[in-house]
Design a protein around this ligand. Sequence first.
Ligand SMILES: Cc1cc2nc3c(=O)[nH]c(=O)nc-3n(C[C@H](O)[C@H](O)[C@H](O)COP(=O)(O)O)c2cc1C
Length: 187
Amino acid sequence: MNETLEVIAKRYACRDYKDEMIPDEQLRAIAEAAIQAPSGMNRQPWRVIVVKDRELIKDMEAEGMSYMAGMEDKSTYNRIMERGGRLFYGAPCMIVVPIDPTQYAAAMLDCGILCQNIALAATSLGIANVICGLTGMAFASGKRSEEFSKRLGFPEGYAYGCSVLLGYANTTKEPHVPDQEKIIFVG
Ligand SMILES: Cc1cc2nc3c(=O)[nH]c(=O)nc-3n(C[C@H](O)[C@H](O)[C@H](O)COP(=O)(O)O)c2cc1C
């Protein structure tokens, strides 16, 4: 295996972080890897917002948990509660990726690819991470979405796309076992 394949195989979803900030130099390297991602017609329909503001992370976590607690389907809320009741697992840092929603499906695909660049770049630097779609729960009720968009500095009209939590692992786990049956060769 070469270095790239090793990093891909090593990446896993970290759900328990130390309270220790990542140096800016490494965050910048990760953000630069993010914007290196391909996008349909090179539209780059995103921003890469590196959030080190713990108050803001805490506020989004509280709003997300409160929204999920009120949902009729409690399965997501219960899953988070089983994992310790922390939507962001104590991560000191997150990268939020808002997207241009005028071409939502294409922009979401681009956003996903960009988030994987973040995850792999972070892994390559020894920084634990998890792609965290559930950050969207902080925007879901609409009650604080404007406030959060403003505090995060979303450009006008942009909407939450996805996020990646970053930090140093307090506890680690193995990545999922890839299902070899999913691979199909034709011809
Ligand atoms: C688009 C996307 C959204 C995800 N959202 C969350 C999330 O909100 N919270 C979480 O704990 N994990 C989230 N994950 C992580 C997956 O649950 C994880 O990648 C999967 O269980 C496989 O485990 P592994 O990454 O450790 O191999 C997300 C992953 C992707 C790709």
